[in-house]
Every structure is written in C-alpha cells, then in structure tokens.
Design a protein around this ligand. Structure first.
Ligand code: SF4
Ligand code: SF4
Length: 328
C-alpha cells in the first residue's frame, strides 16, 4: 500500500458523453507508437458491452479469499477493434466518405443504445473509465516480473517498461481491462494518471478538459478536499465493481436524475425512476441506496434552507476547486 492515495471522483449525473476527456487523453498519450487502439480514458454507454467488448465478463481481480482469479486477454481485432481512418483527401474528387478498413468493433460501438422500451422506460447513462490505480491492483499481483509498481507518494500504478517482457498476465489480472498490450514494443502500457502533470500540481488532462465538470481529483486523506468529502464524509461516491477485490480509487456519484417512466397511455408514473436500481447495485454495490438517499435529502435541504455543502461541491462552481494536488 502507498503512503498516500490520489483518487478521482466522477459525477455521473453530469457526464454528457461528449468524449472531450477521451480526446484529451488520446492526443496526449495514445495516438501513436503502437498505442493507437488503446483508450486509457474511454466513455461507454451503460448498459452496453463497453470497451473492450464485454469487459465485465473477462475475469481477473480477486475472490473473497483474496486469491487472484483467472482472466482473459482480449483480442485486439475482435474485442477492441482495429483503429480506422477516413478518405478525407478523396472527398474533393467526388468520393463518398468511407473508412479505410471494414470496421467490426471499436470504442463506443454501441453508443447511446441503452435498454428498455421507448418511450415508456428506455434509459442509458455514460460511464467514463480510466485505470482505477487500485490499492490492491490485479495487474500488479499477476505480473511475474515485478514490473508493475505503486508510487508511494500518490499511489499511481505504473509499468516499469525496462522490466516488462510483454507476458500479458497483467491484462488477464485486471478485471477492468485497463492495461493494454503494445504490439510495437511488446510491452504492457496503461493510464499513468498524467503523473508528469500531477507533479506540477496540475490535474490529469481528462479532468482538466472535462466540459461537464464531473471530475474531482485529490488525496483521499485530505479532509478539506472535495474528494475526501464525497467519498468519506458524505459517502455519495462509490467504487465501480468493488466486488472484483482490487480496491479501486476512482469513485462514481451514481445517476439519480433519470426521468420517470410512462404507463401504456403515455402518462408519467409518479415517483418512478427508469434506471433500474438492480443495475446500479450491480455496478456500485448495496451502498448505492444510501448514496442516492443522501443526495436527494441534501437536494431537498438546499431547496428549503438554501444551504448544503454537498450540493455546493457537486454543482462545482469553480473548476479549479475540484482539484487539490498539493503533495506536501
Ligand atoms: Fe491495475 Fe486494472 Fe487496477 Fe488499473 S484498474 S491498477 S490496470 S488492476
Ligand atoms: Fe463526460 Fe466530461 Fe468526458 Fe464529456 S469530458 S464525456 S462530460 S467525463
């Protein structure tokens, strides 16, 4: 375990699926040198198959006894999809826009598809995903070369490329499938939480560029910080699939703002919520009930009294206040 742990909180009520975070990460880190198919940050539609395809079903992580579970290494072509380009240069000669390969899968392949029946109870929401910089990383435990380590000062999980031999056990061991194989250098690579920016007191590019202001970044033990308050004080930010046993350090404020359902005559069913609570339980555990209750209570308190620290934090008036990266 590291001395301190940086964490990110993402408020799913505010993500608009614009992919600005994805582009910020891609242009900074993964648009070249064998990383083209990688998305260290991706935003997927839930319910959906995600990226890589069906990642929640691919094993890894730990069982209740703490034993590492067998996992699958996704296939680049079938499960991530080969990156493609378009014939922009030919458009001026009358050609139609078309991809240069016949794509069969890619990030965001099933964007906005959702579930349920229109217009009565259809729904979807977005889940942005990065490496969770877990306290008990499956990737690290699976590596026979001790090539993966956690930094003491902030808990960022990194690959030592000098030690990595490209065995890919780490990819099988990560239940979130957030570590990738670089075929060009035969080594594994992953989100580095923009640590060169962190060391300068700047947030990761995905958080800095987030137009929805959904991302908070700070140390979990910083009691004055918004991350600590959301995770520990109000307990409204929860880890994704904590049942995988890796103790992830990315936390999510669950979606509470879905519209109500309609009945067969198209009338609003008062008090209903079209996101099934079982789905939220699957993602965020039983704690999601209390988290949603707390958010609703604080919203009412704010309406009645004009005051609520939690609402002030979630509204995110000042983008700069969402980041507290002082390492001292
Ligand atoms: Fe490792 Fe996966 Fe956890 Fe990231 S999310 S630290 S790659 S186990
Ligand atoms: Fe969601 Fe922010 Fe990413 Fe847009 S930039 S998709 S709002 S996390």
């Amino acid at each position: 375990m590291s001395k301190r742990q940086l964490a990110m909180v993402m408020d799913l009520n505010k993500c608009i699926g614009c992919q600005t975070c994805t582009v910020a990460c891609k242009t900074q880190w993964t648009n070249r040198n064998g990383r083209e198919y990688m998305y260290w940050n991706n935003v997927e539609t839930y319910p959906g198959t995600g990226y890589p395809k069906n990642w929640m079903e691919l094993g890894g992580g730990f069982d209740a006894a703490g034993d590492l579970q067998a996992g699958v290494v996704p296939n680049i072509e079938a499960d991530y999809g080969v990156p493609w380009d378009y014939n922009h240069d030919e458009l001026q000669f009358g050609e139609q826009l078309k991809p240069n390969v016949d794509p069969t899968w890619g990030p965001n392949w099933d964007e906005d598809e959702g579930a349920g029946n229109f217009p009565s109870d259809n729904y979807f929401f977005y889940i942005p995903r990065i490496c969770n910089h877990c306290t008990n990383p499956g990737c690290l435990s699976a590596c026979p070369r001790d090539a993966i380590f956690k930094r003491d000062q902030d808990g960022v999980v990194l690959v030592d490329l000098d030690r990595c031999q490209g065995y890919r056990y780490c990819i099988a061991g990560c239940p979130y499938k957030k570590i990738y194989f670089n075929p060009k250098i035969s080594k594994s690579e992953k989100c580095i939480l923009c640590f060169p920016r962190i060391e300068k007191g700047l947030p990761p590019a995905c958080a800095q560029q987030c137009v929805g202001r959904i991302r908070f970044v700070g140390f979990l033990d910083d009691e004055e910080g918004q991350v600590h308050k959301l995770v520990h004080k109000y307990k409204v930010a929860l880890p994704l699939r904590s049942d995988y046993g890796t103790q992830p350090n990315v936390y999510y404020v669950p979606p509470t703002e879905a519209p109500p359902k309609f009945d067969a005559e198209g009338r609003v069913i008062e008090g209903s919520n079209r996101i099934p609570i079982e789905e939220l339980e699957k993602l965020f555990g039983k704690e999601v009930h209390q988290a949603i209750k707390t958010i609703k209570e604080e919203k009412e308190k704010r309406k009645k009294t004009g005051e609520s620290e939690l609402m002030d934090i979630l509204i995110a008036y000042q983008h700069s206040e969402m980041f507290r990266l002082d390492q001292n």
